[in-house]
Design a protein around this ligand. Sequence first.
Ligand SMILES: [Zn+2]
Length: 683
Amino acid sequence: MTRLWSPALISLLLAGPLAQAPPPAPAPPHDYPVKPVPFTAVHISDTFWAPRIEINRTVTIPFAFGKNEETGRVGNFERAAAVLQGHPPEDRKPPGYPFDDTDIYKVLEGASYSLSVQPNPQLSAYLDRMIATIASAQEPDGYLYTARTIDPEHPHKWSGAERWVNEKVDSHELYDLGHLYEAAVAHYQATGERSLLDVALKTANLLTTTFGPGKQSIWPGHEITEMGLAKLYRVTGDERYLALARFMLDQRGPDGTPGAGRTYNQSQIRVVDQTEAVGHAVRAMYLYSGMADVAALTGDQSYLHAIDRIWQNVVGRKIYITGGIGARGEGEAFGDDYELPNATAYNETCAAVGNDFWNHRLFLLHGESRYIDVLERTLYNGLLAGVSLDGKSFFYPNPLESAGQYKRSPWFGVACCPGNITRFLASLAGYVYAQRADSIYVNLFIAGSADIAMASGNKVQLVQATRYPWDGDVRITVRPQTPGPFTLRIRVPGWAGNDAVPSDLYHFMTPVTTPATLSVNGQSVPMTMDQGYAVVTRPWKAGDVVWLHLPMPIRRVAASEDVSADRGRVALQRGPIVFAAEWPDNAGGHVLNLLLPDAEPLRAEFRPTLLNGVEVIAGHALAYSADAAGAITPRKQPFVAIPYYAWANRGPGEMSVWLADRDEAVRPFGSPKYPTAQDPTPK
Ligand SMILES: [Zn+2]
């Protein structure tokens, strides 16, 4: 396939009408009580996110497509198609991994979201060609899995000799299809075209005729199929897809077959009996998200009870201050309770994306802001750190401390994370607002506009203006088509009060002194709080202005004493942003030997030329060093911390989120306690 992405072509964005959105499917009988305002109805124009989304659209997405071509991932589909057409290629080696197909689906999904806000005929044509290539690799009965089709006699070694037999172990046949479904629905919603959706439905129909009560049993070794089937049900109204998603959840468990009964893939017990986040963190997030979808769409509370308990476990014991999850590299897994090491923190970027999928769904189920608090923490910190400022290199793990051993890579052999970043950032607009009856939820503070169709039939435009996350002033202009009463529910983040997280895992060291305030048309209004939202019900008319003021003092955060890695240490947060000390900003390039006294005054400064413009935290810290004789001396020196998400954009070196604030946690430079790149986990 020829390369399509010359810079000139990328910049050639022809203005034109947006593609026709498809007609809405009939509303399912059960669904999330709160509905997101769809990404197609929200336009982001702010100075923090809009440039990133633009880089995602113009750099990362084309870059990822290019990588998919260069690395043979597109070629896998072409070779499978050639086999099906009776012209087997000379090279019938299976793909590097049986899930390589998903890297195309994920970028296709991200590209589809981007098309819905910015028409691009070249990109549309490219997607059409890519979809035709995918369709050509589909077997006549709907089966789609290049790792087998290229050479059914010699499939990938993880694939098993027959279809599906290794699914619970590692074939990833269903995982591939789950990502196909996510992409197909995004493409259909963004363009109104059925080309990829039809490919997806053909595979889903194969699944529904093969698996289910009275047919074969199956569940995905790597979850996501459940979420994908729920989306197919939403757009088609075909209940077979929802029934199959539910069947897969109910079948999951220790059933005596290969791959079953393991915590690694959350099959140690039945899903409705699970109480703790275990195993591979990305798989877990997709499972819990699928359980939320099926709970919402069937009304079955048993899934909900399970994920509510699991959420308590994650937020109370297994989440990093950056919102990262999945502490262990081994098995890419959740650790034990309070097992939150910093230098070896795995925190896969995909797990951060999955955590936001899951918390968004829990918000839609419960209508409580604490889920958006977790989503926001992950978004601005652990998730955003996964991509470089230039959009061309990525982190797979996202540690909270580096002695210089970590740097971003342009691509990975297992390339899940870049694709997940592209699809998440491209769909961010869908996370800003939500609605329920006559209420509009303002969840994220992102400048731009939204056109919201109310249940009453009224249409309401909201226009947000803000410098968030650097400044906590948010101005919302309300423009109802017809003046009348409705409710705005404006999230007051936990960090604006005394809740670092919705648990006792982390706490602010000093309580907030200036509370959040709210005014309407210049008149102060009481903060009437419900489920974490300031509720304003009144007759609205066009041009009414709501002003939310969230003071953003620098907050020092401490972890529960149960987190041994953070004992005697402090982290810095301002607004939703968690900070890190990094080597270029601190004397001698060392930050791992710093002690930041609790009483040391700190100030926030905006530096427009640093790291594309960031607020930094500055002050003084004590740098500890040991001389040759072992004598340890502190030296007071200027201290600067940058937003964690922006680290590792200036080359590898030292970084730390948690800084010593007590003597026992100090690691003097030159002493045996000082961490090195070769020894990232000093005890
Ligand atoms: Zn990943």
